[in-house]
Design a protein around this ligand. Sequence first.
Ligand code: NAD
Length: 483
Amino acid sequence: MAEKRKITVAHGDGIGPEIMDATLRILEAAGARLEFEEIEIGQKVYEAGHSSGITGSSWESLRRNRIFLKAPVTTPLGGGYKSLNVTIRKGLRLFSNVRPCRSFYPYVPTHFPHIDMVIIRENEEDLYAGIEHQQTDEVTQALKLISRPGCEAICRYALEYARAYGRKKVTCLTKSNIMKISDGLFQRVFEEVAADPRYAELETEHRIIDIGAALVAARPEDLDVVVTLNLYGDIVSDIAALVSGSVGLAGSANIGFDAAMFEAVHGSAPDIAGKDIANPSGLLSAAVMMLVHLGQSDIAEQIRNAWLRTLEDGMHTVDIYKEQVSKQRLGTRAFAAAVIERLGEKPRYLRTAAFGHRDIEVKLPSVPRREKKLAGVDVFLDWDESERDPAVLGKKTGALAGDAFELKMISNRGVAVYPSGMEGVYCTDHWRCRFTARAGAEIANRDIIALLERFEAAGLDFIKTEHLYTFDGARGYSLGQGE
Ligand code: NAD
């Protein structure tokens, strides 16, 4: 008998303990080669003063075992609490969120009986870095950070996943037509990685996120594996769950280089907690993904097939119970017992689960650093004078350029307003003055400092600067809105 793999489990809050008990009972009955180490996370831990909902000793368990089966937790209302999921993702470097979306028609209603897609979402970067500022009375900003190693990891993971699980097509979704540098990097890395002969068998494509999201909603059966950035993935995975009708049945995996966390897609459902009516299927799906990840595909298939058979036999919890289709309305415990009873059986109508398994290893190549050269600076101002006339600001700031720089243009919310610009553009109090190196001038940070000192002396309120660089001669900054 193969050695048991120790994993960390948490029963969570709300319906968490009920669905976790049901899931562990099924895992044990199926002979999963697992040993469980219990930790407490969530509401009680938050309320005991741990702002992330987890204690140091629980972290030790996670760092030791590196595999975490997690029930949903309740985030207490009120400020000051950090998201436990974000903390765990960052702490274990779980860069990839994997959400399979399937339809189980006619047992679960949907307009699309044949959905079988997997959404792979970048998990650590993008607008979720939470770096936000308000620097003028009128304007706020959020920083979208996209790194090459971040793109490499997720794109490689998606292509490796598609290969390992015998998928046919990988669709990359970005908004690279507008965000040419950040989303453009994601698309470029995807295309570079996809060109590896290792993935020759896979069809790969890139689509703009707006049409991609429309496809997820309108033609989900055409999609196979989807890989995308954090925010778009957040949105399209919810659309996918909705159109498949199985949001309550879905599990998700958060995968890192050497750690992983598995959980249901839904929350702690405090409205039905303690009533023995919650559906444990979402957490069970997550546990099945975990078994496949751990190389226990035999047990995973057995559980999945028994679960499919339970669904087909009309043994349904109240959330999916329907007069015409269901035969018996079961509580959480009885549903788990029904699955256990069917271990060893296969579905008659739904596709039998057969999980291939090959280790998915993501190795990041070392990319040579390019030559970075300073080409100019964008100075952002809070300016609310002279009826916000761009010509007045242009004259004022142009006179401050000095020998090193020339004022190239001024824009307001990305729209050029000086020296030329569209008539009638509404200007906020937030301005960008772009200074580039004068022809022949070699500039350095001290020239920027001197420029800012001239701004200070002129009484102009600079609120931030962004330096303009070239990398091996290629421009590393955008020219204007949408280009
Ligand atoms: P929810 O998913 O908990 O509940 C939404 C609705 O779906 C409720 O009516 C609920 O009864 C029902 N539902 C959810 N899971 C079900 C199941 N397994 N069986 C039957 N019905 C089910 O979402 P919510 O109400 O917005 O959030 C409740 C709490 O969960 C909040 O504190 C939220 O922060 C937390 N939450 C946690 C996670 C997580 O731990 N990963 C994820 C989402 C929400």
